[in-house]
Ligand binder design. Sequence first.
Ligand SMILES: NC(=O)C1=CN([C@@H]2O[C@H](COP(=O)(O)OP(=O)(O)OC[C@H]3O[C@@H](n4cnc5c(N)ncnc54)[C@H](O)[C@@H]3O)[C@@H](O)[C@H]2O)C=CC1
Ligand SMILES: O=CC(=O)O
Length: 328
Amino acid sequence: MSARKLKVVLTRRLPDAVETRLRELFDAELNLTDRPMSRDDLAAAVQRAEVLIPTITDHLDAELIAGAGDQLKMIANFGAGVDHIDIDAAVARGIIVTNTPGVLTEDTADLAMSLILGVSRRIVEGANVVAAGQFEGWSPTWMCGRKLWGKRLGIVGMGRIGQALARRAKAFGMQVHYHNRKPVSDMIAEELGATWWDDLDQMLARMDVISLNCPATRDTHHLLSAERIARLQPHAIVVNTARGELIDEAALVEALDRRALFGVGLDVFEHEPAVHPGLMGRSNVVLLPHLGSATIEARQDMGDRVIANIMTYQNGHRPPDRVIPAML
Ligand SMILES: NC(=O)C1=CN([C@@H]2O[C@H](COP(=O)(O)OP(=O)(O)OC[C@H]3O[C@@H](n4cnc5c(N)ncnc54)[C@H](O)[C@@H]3O)[C@@H](O)[C@H]2O)C=CC1
Ligand SMILES: O=CC(=O)O
């Protein structure tokens, strides 16, 4: 007699090969519309799923989790960030939460480096000039950006992606500085030539480029507040590939209005998918639609990671990517 298959509900379409494997292994229910589930749809999904596979667009707050049926044992998130899930509420209900870190690290670091390059060298602005047929020839003083070689990069959140970005920045001749809850190991600090700043405010005031790479938590909401933005140097560049909630977007727009920054590169937004209108149409702002992990390879690997987490749980072991409140 074959073992009963776990009821697994996906909230979005996943790569074909991932969906195929999920259907082989589990009683998998796909969302063929690929539209984000409404709150009612999600509330119904947690009434029938034993394992829910959500993504960042699903807000699993305390109320929604409290309303889940007793059959819900696991939330196997497709993605690294888990700020859209109330982990405390899930743990209180005995629901295991997992995520997919690591497999998207290099891709997201590539995107952060792309934004640093894009803003400092005015790449999108320049490409738009050519695309509009407005290129009138090379000029000694036209379209000059900021040199990266020798400049100071301040990374806030020196975890997987922060470190991967530091490796790239080092290769571009940048001096790596970072603020993290605790310093990285001596070996990593030496490899990256990285300087730890216990005091975030002091670091911000001295950097040429700031990259946000920490999770969105209660502690990091508006980590880049109006006061901290005011500390940045007028030639500074701010890049965010972590979560929009880390920046007070209205204060950032005010700083751009005052020409208090050289430029900004954002892959994530405070009220995503809405973008603050004050960020639009600026030549020194590069905006991307949350593309950090958007490579075919990373999305496949994220799916494999989701499956590995569910299989490990099903086999009675601790899933490798279990998220616990103490980690946040
Ligand atoms: N744009 C995108 O598509 C993607 C965005 N992300 C975001 O990037 C974040 C980071 O991902 P990973 O590097 O894999 O996570 P990680 O857990 O490896 O690293 C996060 C680091 O932030 C540090 N941190 C936490 N709170 C802090 C605070 N208050 N101040 C300073 N540092 C703090 C942690 O100690 C840790 O070193 C995710 O939580 C997610 O929100 C992740 C993947 C793709
Ligand atoms: O933002 C994406 C993630 O995986 O986190």
